[in-house]
Design a protein around this ligand. Structure first.
Ligand SMILES: C[C@H](N)C(=O)N[C@@H](CCC(=O)O)C(=O)O
Ligand code: MG
Length: 365
């Protein structure tokens, strides 16, 4: 099976409610869909969001990177040589992790189709059902409490609470949500870089002294402030998770060497796809470090790939934040992974199992 062409589409799916973090507010998923075509007529699907504030990727940069740097290296290559293909993609240029991820996902989809097996089985196999949390956007306290209670009533047992705005209000936000859902859901905080290291220690120690048990706190300080991450990790009982601070395997090795976090959030859009995600999970497992697998604002195309990785690396990935499809108003994908609120299950369809994507607007060559 040889690669003949790579084409693009734009996929727009409105969110159920605006997604608000310390970094940005978004009303709809607006992602580039990548289609890798082959001489057998089979197509592999990938997806990349333009999360410029985190990865630096924009819609234009994603298409441009693939068109001018990645695609020329891949045309004519055989899907059976997966390792060569991932090296060609990763070595095509610096950064541009979301563009690389979209193509890697599509290539892995085709790899599964070539061997007639679901991707997770080729990656090592595992239990095909996982459970995700759901994100509660940062907002007025009453709104966050109402959203949290509604999420628990929808069956979510783990809530990812966005904070990182005003430190005093953040503490009140968490106290109010904890009181409303105590015993019914675990709380994970995500400050998206919004606190200083001292503010983070103050907020977390205040919550700990108030008897509030948090499952973890994600990216309390600026992405590049690894010393700040370590400062917080050393001073609070709540496990600290690195998200924006780590993209690829080398950064993970440095983070582990510095003991700057307790947990790592793996996202395909940061790692540049599946090959590095697997490497990170394996490095973390070797060091006894726990991982979460997360997503950006993505639909069930690229999130499906993350689900296959989560299933195949359940030894290293104990936490799942793959709520993109649950945040969206509808699922544009026919086939593939089944997203049923907190429960996500993979089928035995080859590759990612995607049959059709509805509402895709073609991007002209
Ligand atoms: C969607 C997911 N739960 C999430 O919160 N992901 C990111 C932010 C993604 C974005 O801004 O698009 C995270 O910080 O963990
Ligand atoms: Mg995060």
């Amino acid at each position: 099976m040889k690669i003949t062409d790579i084409t693009f589409g734009m996929l727009r799916v409105p969110l159920k409610t605006p997604f608000k973090t310390a970094l940005r507010t978004v009303n709809q998923v607006e992602d580039i869909v990548v289609m890798v075509h082959t001489d057998t007529g089979q197509i592999g699907y990938g997806e990349a969001p333009a999360t410029a504030v985190i990865t630096g990727d924009t819609h234009g940069s994603i298409v441009d990177a693939i068109r001018h740097y990645i695609s020329p290296r891949l045309i004519g290559q055989d899907i059976a040589n997966l390792n060569r293909l991932t090296h060609l993609i990763q070595g095509s240029m610096e950064k541009n992790s979301s563009a690389k991820a979209a193509v890697e996902i599509a290539i892995h989809d085709l790899w599964g189709q070539l061997y007639g097996a679901p991707l997770y089985k080729l990656l090592g196999g595992g239990d095909p059902v996982i459970t995700t949390d759901i994100t509660i956007s940062v907002d007025y306290i009453d709104k966050m409490v109402a959203d949290s209670v509604a999420a628990v009533e929808r069956g979510f047992e783990s809530l990812k609470i966005k904070v990182g705005k005003d430190i005093g209000v953040d503490i009140e936000r968490v106290k109010a949500i904890y009181a409303a859902v105590e015993g019914r859901a675990l709380l994970r905080l995500d400050a998206n870089q919004g606190w200083t290291a001292k503010q983070a220690v103050y907020a977390l120690q205040t919550l700990e002294e108030a008897g509030i048990k948090l499952e973890l706190v994600e990216q309390p300080v600026k992405a590049r402030d690894l010393e700040g991450m370590r400062y917080v990790t050393e001073r609070v009982h709540t496990p600290v998770m690195a998200d924006e601070s780590v993209f690829g395997p080398m950064e993970v090795i440095e983070l582990i060497r510095m003991r700057a976090a307790d947990i790592i959030n793996i996202k395909l859009m940061k790692t540049g796809g599946i090959s590095n995600a697997i490497k990170i999970a394996d490095i973390a497992a070797l060091h006894g470090i726990d991982c979460m697998i997360g997503c950006m604002l993505e639909t069930s195309i690229s999130v499906a790939a993350a689900v296959h990785v989560a299933v195949a690396r359940a030894d290293a990935i104990s936490k799942v934040d793959l709520d993109g499809p649950s945040l969206a108003q509808f699922n544009p994908v026919d086939g593939g992974v089944i997203f049923n609120e907190s429960e996500i299950s993979v089928t035995d369809a080859p590759g990612l199992g995607i049959r059709e994507i509805r509402g895709l607007e073609r991007i002209a060559a």
